[in-house]
Ligand binder design. Structure first.
Ligand code: NAD
Ligand code: IPM
Ligand code: MN
Length: 353
């Protein structure tokens, strides 16, 4: 039995996570779920973002964490999201974010003439460093001479482990059609940000030399953004820093039908890892039963696969694919169902397989 911490969070997180939970239960996975109320409501009630020992408890008592999203207009500072979400990623050292960009059905892609076989790549995002450390400061606050500095922190260890993770991922994962992954592309902005970019460039070359069977490539992030739209077929494994990974994974979500479809894992190999949809709390959609639950459901499937339940994960992915084909979906991807009804449909399909 695997122990799962479930943290729905805020906004549509509270609607999509219950659907993901129903679906993993329908898949017959042997799980013990424990719910946590971390999020804006809790913070507004008692000013607690993460209870004392919260992260230690997650790491000690759970095999994986399933998360919704954090962000609530009643907390303009976003302090709870920073402390919970970014806290989990950095304090639990979940250093590798894996965000698959996979087109399930041609009807979901906004590009012309693109088939599912054309879009099957993965963004591997460094998840603990870069500009997310929030180092820096503001001087002469609120004056015409104000200066704001946001530091970009890149450690050799941090850069090396994420690049190595990408090569290992490439060597040990296949595409959906069964073919081998072959290429790791490193994306940076080393033409302008020379110190950090230089480190990434050097480490990428060094690590690549250990994987002679894997092709390597480099692109600046601006050019990569254009190519993701013009020719997404060319991508396989992309490794990049925290902020570029954030931005290009939303672009990747756009290629697969929008944020409602995109899944992710925040991984620390061999340790308690966290799985969440790529989207946020979408306050305008919250409480209306209209948010697409498939990103959350596919994230839960990733979690099961990571926990060694590949069969259950495949059942779920197949059911989501079938729902998309039959338009048993929410309106963002062309269906007429509510979040609960789309979750129902997938759960039924999963339990009948
Ligand atoms: P968002 O992802 O919440 O929404 C962006 C757009 O995508 C909106 O148009 C929304 O309607 C659409 N969308 C997102 N998820 C959808 C779904 N499941 N079904 C249908 N449509 C969906 O991003 P935002 O609006 O930039 O941010 C809102 C809040 O969420 C902010 O507080 C932000 O900081 C937070 N956020 C949190 C996370 C997280 O917890 N992992 C991720 C991103 C944003
Ligand atoms: C994501 C989100 C977060 C990020 C925000 C909410 C801090 O956009 O998970 O992609 O930038 O990592
Ligand atoms: Mn993001």
């Amino acid at each position: 039995m695997k122990r799962i911490a479930v943290i729905p969070g805020d906004g549509i997180g509270k609607e999509v996570i219950p659907q993901a939970v129903r679906v993993i239960e329908a898949a017959g996975a042997d799980l013990a779920l424990t719910h946590f109320d971390w999020g804006a409501d809790r913070y507004l009630a008692d000013k607690v973002t993460v209870p004392p020992d919260g992260f230690a408890t997650l790491a000690r008592d759970f095999d994986a964490i399933l998360v919704g999203a954090f962000g609530d207009p009643r907390v303009p500072s976003n302090i709870h999201a920073k402390e919970i979400l970014l806290g989990m990623r950095s304090k639990m050292d979940l250093y590798a974010t894996v965000r698959p960009v996979r087109l399930l059905d041609a009807s979901l892609c906004p590009l012309k003439g693109i088939e599912p076989k054309d879009i099957d790549f993965v963004v591997i995002r460094e998840n603990t460093e870069g500009v997310y450390g929030d180092f820096g400061g503001v001087f002469k606050h609120g004056t015409p001479d104000e200066v704001a500095i946001q530091e970009d922190v890149n450690t050799r260890k941090g850069v090396e482990r994420i690049i190595r993770y990408a090569f290992e991922y490439c060597a040990s994962n296949r595409k959906v059609d069964g073919s081998a992954r072959r290429r790791v592309l490193m994306c940076d902005k080393s033409n302008a940000m020379t110190h950090a970019g230089g480190l990434w460039q050097r480490v990428f070359k060094e690590v690549a030399a250990e994987y002679s069977q894997i092709e390597t490539q480099h692109m600046y992030v601006d050019a990569l953004a254009m190519q993701m739209v013009l020719d997404p077929r060319r991508f396989d494994v992309i490794v990049t820093n925290n902020m570029f990974g954030d931005i290009i994974s939303d672009l990747g979500a756009g290629l697969q039908g929008g944020l409602g479809m995109a899944a992710s894992g925040n991984l620390r190999p061999q340790k308690t890892s966290m799985f969440e949809p790529v989207h946020g709390s979408a306050p305008p959609l919250a409480g209306k039963n209209i948010a697409n639950p498939f990103g959350a459901i596919l994230s839960a499937a990733m979690m099961l696969a990571q926990l060694g339940m590949a069969g259950e994960a495949q059942k779920i992915e197949a059911a989501v694919l079938e729902a998309v084909r039959q338009k048993k979906t929410t309106a963002d991807i062309g269906g007429t169902l509510g979040s609960r009804e789309a979750g129902d449909w997938v759960a039924q399909k999963v339990s009948s397989r």
